[in-house]
Ligand binder design. Structure first.
Ligand code: DC
Length: 224
């Protein structure tokens, strides 16, 4: 590819970013960067309660963490210190740990540096909360997905069921999603919000193929 292409895909928990970012990256033949997984893997490695440490200590503990990606599209593998990030980070509990450490300036500064270093080296579809606003403000294709919280909770519920994973009642999932939304949207640094120049797509009443077609259309238009 002659020029580096960065597509940012931001939005709240459970909106379908991961599925769509993987498909868009496949279609474009570029790498996929799951920055939620970077926050989750960091929280997992630091351990429960790390958010109560002081910032200097947190920065010291993260000093040696090295993130890298290999491969393209949905098959892109994210590694921390040379090991693919474990499936254990995908629970809602670790999602909340990630959201907790994501409020801390030293953690955000570290993540931003690591994400920009990866984006500097390759074309990407970068998925997260602040890709279009903070990490890749120069990106030409900024997409923001949204959906009503009850729709997102139902999707997460169905996904956990289909994976055969332990699944809390629907009301609990919705309460967890609303709590994480609130924390991600109201934090002082890099809160979840669409960039001024992002295309916002409400996916509440669309299926995944309809959202995918729309995103591909927008990328083709914006990247022209
Ligand atoms: O997308 P996810 O559910 O895997 O993200 C987990 C948490 O990580 C999310 O609730 C907030 C944080 N996060 C962030 O603050 N900024 C990002 N770019 C990605 C994730």
């Amino acid at each position: 590819m002659a020029e580096r292409l960065i597509v940012t895909l931001d939005g709240p928990a459970g909106v379908g970013k991961t599925t769509l970012a993987r498909r868009v990256a496949d279609k474009l033949g570029v790498a996929y960067l799951d920055t939620g997984a970077m926050f989750r893997a960091t929280a997992w490695k630091l351990g429960e309660g790390a958010w109560d440490l002081d910032e200097a200590e947190l920065a010291r503990r993260m000093e040696g963490f090295v993130f890298s990606i290999a491969g393209v599209g949905g098959a892109t593998v994210l590694s921390l210190d040379g090991e693919p990030v474990p499936g254990d980070i995908r629970t809602e509990t670790v999602g909340m740990w990630a959201s907790n450490i994501a409020t801390i300036g030293a953690v955000r500064a570290f993540q931003k540096r690591a994400q920009q270093a990866i984006g500097h080296a390759s074309s990407l579809v970068a998925e997260g909360r602040d890709m279009g606003t903070v990490v890749f403000p120069e990106a030409t294709c900024k997409l923001f997905l949204d959906a009503r919280p009850e729709v997102r909770a139902r999707r997460r519920f169905m996904q956990l069921k289909s994976l055969g994973q332990p699944c809390p009642p629907l009301e609990i999932i919705e309460a967890q999603i609303r709590a994480r939304d609130h924390q991600d949207r109201s934090r002082a640094e890099a809160p979840l919000r669409p960039a001024d120049d992002a295309v916002i797509v409400d996916t509440s009443d669309l299926d995944v193929d309809q959202v995918f077609e729309r995103l591909i259309m927008e990328v083709a238009r914006l990247a022209r």
